[in-house]
Design a protein around this ligand. Sequence first.
Ligand code: SF4
Ligand code: SF4
Length: 362
Amino acid sequence: MAREAGFDLAGLAPFAPPHRADEFRRWLALGRHGDMDYLAEFGPRITDPPAHLPWGRSVLVVGLGHSRPPVSTTDGARIARYAAGRDYHNVVGKRLKLLARDLRREGLLREFKKVVDAGPLMERAHAARAGLGFESKAANLLHPRFGPWFFLGELVLDVELEPTEAVPAGSCGTCTACIDACPTGAIVAPGEVDARACISYLTIEQKGPNDRELRAAAGDWLFGCDVCSEVCPWGQRAPDLAERFGTHAAVAELDVLDWLRAPEKLETDVAGSPLQRAGVDGLLRNAIQFVGRRPRDEAGPMLAHLLTTAAAPLVRDAAAWALARAHGADAKARTALERRREQEPVEWVRRGVEVELERLER
Ligand code: SF4
Ligand code: SF4
């Protein structure tokens, strides 16, 4: 029935605390979730879901492949492949709803809870238990056909169903390609990512300013990062499913300078795309930092304008960093930074401008 609802993979697991509950508690205690306070807040539910949903008996985990070729803007900024098309939350969520309706019609459940990505469930652990793949050193789930390129979704069911006999699907073995390739060293141990250093966190989840050193290390990434998935030998032969989610208009034909030129259009442009998760200010910060790493002459005046006029401190801070880094040799850029140092009302932004000017003077 899950296949009929449009999913590629499906399996059943008992609705029980995930086997990684202690690891997750330790990860939280170490602060490796960064600013994602919702993870700490959801912690008790994630580590002991039956205490939160006492009627739950089984969890039906589904997978939907999204493998596709790399995605770049016209000026070479990279967007994580999963985020290039329609918002998968809607796609997976709608299919799960239809599946639940069919299961209910067949008398296979009364109560259910649907989870896609943001719900309080350790999806990867339950999915591994349901036989959808194996947990990797890159802290994701690998499947022999799709590698790391598939979405997960869950239905918590109020009926006790025979768990899927977990199929031993493979292992990382001696491979360490993802750990070696991670641009920021965010995979701190096999299977453990320190979100605070991960480019996906920095460009999507972090609502405040990125660490200055890490801004420089994000390479061409504008939204998310696929490096650990791209180097993984699993999934190298995954099917091209680009048609499945399409390419959102906000991504097709995008030049990052379009966002700098008309930031007021951004919110409408990204509606219905996974990109909206980063928020307008977050996307603008990412775009500004990208042009700081990949300088273009025409970006200089735009950065100076944003440095002076942007309402969000986050954007002014990123503009100061990018202007100093990419156009620091230009007298006009120096003047704009010096003026901002005099006029900036927000202390942490002013301090950032000072740091950049001090660096230019060295
Ligand atoms: S997504 Fe990128 S930054 Fe994050 S762990 Fe993977 S390679 Fe490292
Ligand atoms: S790159 Fe190698 S170590 Fe990393 S997840 Fe893939 S198989 Fe495992």
